[in-house]
Design a protein around this ligand. Structure first.
Ligand code: ATP
Length: 243
């Protein structure tokens, strides 16, 4: 479909079109389109911009990533299609691993998403060789790579299912979530939740990684600030007061 450039919702329509195309190519599950719609409604409520609490969370997320030893960015179909290039850029500058991990898992989709990500970087993309399982999750949903998500101390997830986030936290991992809905189970369970749209959040986290990389003192202060849960409450208050 040809989308007129002067349409007031041009960006949103282009993104929808990109997701529909990815669905037709078998990269995205139909449920991914529904998840996107849920995200759009929350984005509308926050004015489709990065709110102050998200900015704080993005800075802490950068500090957490730099100071973790074994960290993985978990990627699903929506994230790969919307922000694959940013994911790989973040993985390169931290540096950390990238693993494809799907709720509606099929080997074909894992491979299509990994291929898509491989266009952005030479880095190995994990997710095809799943010999480990996240305890408490059934077969396809729990599968992950032994040297990836299974052994990581910090996992960044975006648009993630609440069950899996809870299971990762039960394993003792730090989970950084990017999710527009501060009331969803993922947002509640994660160690730190960035309530922002994934294509806005990742470039901002990248910029903060660049800013904080050589500043250990600033990172220490951020990680000791103890505002991981406060930023989530602030996001909820922002939405409650928004309209
Ligand atoms: P949970 O299982 O955590 O309670 P849910 O059932 O709503 O949540 P899903 O539908 O699996 O979760 O995932 C979609 C989530 O991703 C929603 O919370 C939605 O707000 C969020 N989301 C969708 N699109 C985006 C986006 N582009 N950026 C950030 N978050 C998004």
């Amino acid at each position: 479909m040809e989308i007129p450039k002067d349409h007031p919702r041009y960006r949103s329509l282009v993104i929808r079109e990109r997701l529909v195309e990815a669905y037709k190519q078998g990269i995205l599950a139909p449920e991914g389109l529904i998840a996107h719609g849920r995200g759009e409604s929350f984005d509308y409520l926050i004015g489709e911009k990065t709110i102050p609490s998200a900015d704080k969370a993005e800075k802490i997320a950068a500090a957490m990533l730099i100071d973790s030893e074994d960290h993985v960015l978990s990627v699903n179909g929506n994230v790969a299609v919307l922000a694959g290039e940013s994911v790989l850029k973040l993985a390169e500058i931290v540096p950390c691993k990238v693993e494809v991990n799907l709720f509606h898992r099929t080997e074909e989709r894992i491979s299509k998403i990994a291929n898509l990500l491989e266009e952005f970087s030479e880095m190995p993309i994990l997710g095809r060789n799943t010999t480990a399982r996240i305890p408490g999750l059934d077969q396809p949903r729990g599968l992950c790579e032994e040297k990836g998500i299974f052994s990581a101390d910090t996992v960044l997830v975006a648009l993630e299912d609440g069950d899996r986030t809870e299971a990762l936290v039960r394993m003792g991992k730090n989970v950084i979530a990017i999710d527009l809905n501060p009331w969803c189970r993922t947002a509640q369970a994660a160690t730190l939740t960035v309530v922002d749209e994934v294509t806005r959040a990742l470039p901002r986290i990248i910029a903060y990684v660049e800013e904080l990389k050589e500043n250990q003192q600033a990172r220490k202060a951020l990680l000791e600030s103890n505002i991981m849960k406060t930023v989530l409450d602030e996001a909820k208050a922002y939405i409650r007061n928004a309209r």
